[in-house]
Each structure stands twice: as C-alpha cells, then as structure tokens.
Design a protein around this ligand. Sequence first.
Ligand SMILES: Cc1ncc(COP(=O)(O)O)c(C=O)c1O
Length: 394
Amino acid sequence: MTSTASAALPALTCQRGAFQLPRDAHYFNCAYMGPLPRVSERAGVEALTRKRLPTSIVAPDDFWDADKLRALFSQLVNVGDPNRIAVQPGVSYAVATAARNLQVEASQNIVLTHEQFPGNVYSWHRLATESGAELRVVKPPEAAGRGAAWNERLLEAIDASTAVVAVPQVHWTDGTLFDLVEVGRRCREVGAALVVDATQSVGAMPFDVEAVQPDVLTCATYKWLLGPYSLSLAYFGPRFNDGVPLEETWIARNNSEDFQNLVDYQDAYQEGAVRYDVSERANFFLLPIAAASLELLLEWKPERIQEYCAELTREMLVEAGELGYSVERERWRSSHLFGLRMPEGVDLASLKQTLAERNVSASLRGSALRLAPNVYNDLDDVDALMGVLREAVS
Ligand SMILES: Cc1ncc(COP(=O)(O)O)c(C=O)c1O
C-alpha cells in the first residue's frame, strides 16, 4: 500500500529537533509510547492555561473543536467524510461499540490473529460466549516465510460463516504486516465485518480506508500519532450508520450546538459516526495536543516516515544478520516496528541489563527484541543499539 503522494517530495531527514529527547536517550520504543513533539507540548500548555479563565473557552464553538480532529484524521487515513470519525477514549471503546452493534449467530465464527493486543480481543471473547459463535485464532507457522504464510492462513480462515474479522495492520509484538486490502476484499466476498486496530501503524505507515474498506478502523493517539493518552479516533463505515452507542452523549444529538435549547430533547443523532463519540468529547486539554501532532504527521507523511525508518535501519539489519540475528522479510513487516530474533546462546537477562545501562529503550517480547524507531532516531541511536547487539554475541 504505497502512496504516490510523497513521490515528488524529498526524503524525510531526521526530525529529532522537533522533539525534546535527551541526546543520550536512544529511544526505539514508540510502540510503547510516542514522545510528544515540541509543538504539541506547547499546544497542550496553552490549552491548560485557557481554563484559568473559563470565558476564554467559548461555547458552543470550542465544543466543536473535535471536528478539526476528525478532519485531520480523515486526511491521514483517506476518509472522504470527516463525520465518519468518532472521538473516543481508547481502542477498547471502539471495539466494544462495534461488538455491540454486530449480529453474530451461533453458527458463525469470529476471526482474530494470534496474540493480538487485548484491546481488539476481549469484546470478541464476550460476543463469542454470548452468541455461541466460534472464535478462530489464526496462528503463524514457525517456519521460514512466516509472514507470508500467516497472511495465507488468515485469508483461509475467513469463510462463508465468518461474521467478524478483527485484526491489526501490523502485529504489535513483531510488526508482521497483514495485507488488509486482500483481507478487506475477502471480508466483502463473505459479508464479514472488518474491524481493524491500527494503533501500531497509523501515523508511521500509510493506511487507506478507501482501499481497505474496513467497517471500523480504530487508533489510540499516544503511540504513532504522537498524541496524548486517553484519546483515540475511530472510523465507522456505513454498516454502523444506525447503530446504538455505548452511552448517550447529548452532544452527539441533533442541534446540540444550540446551547439555549438543549432541553428540546432530540431523538435523532448527528450524522455518520458522531453518535459514537465519548461523552465530554470536547476535551479542551487533549484535543489541541492531538491536533498539533496530526498536523505534523500530515506534513511529514506516513510513507516518508516508513522510508526514513527503513533507510535508518537497513545497514544495521545487514550487520545484525551477519551476527546471527534474524528479522522478517521486508515485504511482510513494517519498517517502524519489527522483532529481532536472537541467535542461539544470547542471555536475555543480560541483554536487557545492557540495554538499560546504555540508555537504549526497546521492549523484549518473548525471545525477540521489539524495535520501534521513528523520525527522531538517528545513526547515534543505531550505533548505541548495535553496540549492545554486538556485545550480546561476543
Ligand atoms: C495494538 C494496540 N492496540 C491498542 C492499544 C491500546 O488499547 P486501549 O486504547 O484500549 O488501551 C495498544 C497499546 O499498547 C496496542 O499496542
């Protein structure tokens, strides 16, 4: 899914200056949490100070700042109508909304990938228990060609009895890439709903809603969207036009901008996915931070971030390969998130300790090291990481 939008743009250079990471912090852990860019921090501080004087927060205009966020996110993931985006507090919230509104019968199945992040799992466990439907968890093989074979198995698992396919774009533990255009096509063939948690990819990797045609795409903002915690954005497709929200926030009802007449109760919701907004969605502290970060990402462009991470790590991965480390083929993994498998004999406890001593931040997931670089990383960071990897096998 490469976009041509960046074809005319020069390659992205290191953007460390846009952040406040100390020089000796070698942060390869955006999959855990993204650092806040300087502009977003400034937007947040400014937002905080506005509440010193409540009259500086203007009703109803400021209550509609959420619409700016919808528009920015729509641009990022190629959604034509910003009202298809709901402002929510987390991935689990979007998935619970989806599960509440999907009819699943005992004869049907729900397809998930193995060891998926729990935010896109527990609601399906509940729905399967309550409906009697089968949960189909698709495992990868442990052989060579793991990514390609995992994708094949995923497509094979989707059949005429599939009601829901709940998957990520890239796996949160090792960056395995799922071909969602193909998954989307297969879902439409059998009439299954496609619910995508793209928290570990959107922002750093292109996602095209028009190409994938998911029914739900949800994304927490505190990782690759470089935004705040407790905020997520979710696209809901036409399948959810008449659904029931988890809560009945008044702000999502028709005419809610008319503050004088709020007790003229309205049965109808606003259009699209607005009905799925969380209550008090007009979070005056968090929304400006998220908007500033989205503006930055739109300027940098996800495809250029992906290229930047690929270039930054290319030589390092060649050397790591020579030392016995292994990584999934480029076609089946992301460049901003991938798992480095250890050669025989590496002591994980001492590797962990050396990483901490050298201020190299990355997560051990099972026996693989999850590396999650971003535009603030540079060759100094890569050198620090390589130093640890060399020592671990010496
Ligand atoms: C893939 C993925 N989805 C979602 C989340 C967060 O889920 P929630 O917003 O429900 O807390 C994380 C956090 O690590 C994640 O890795």
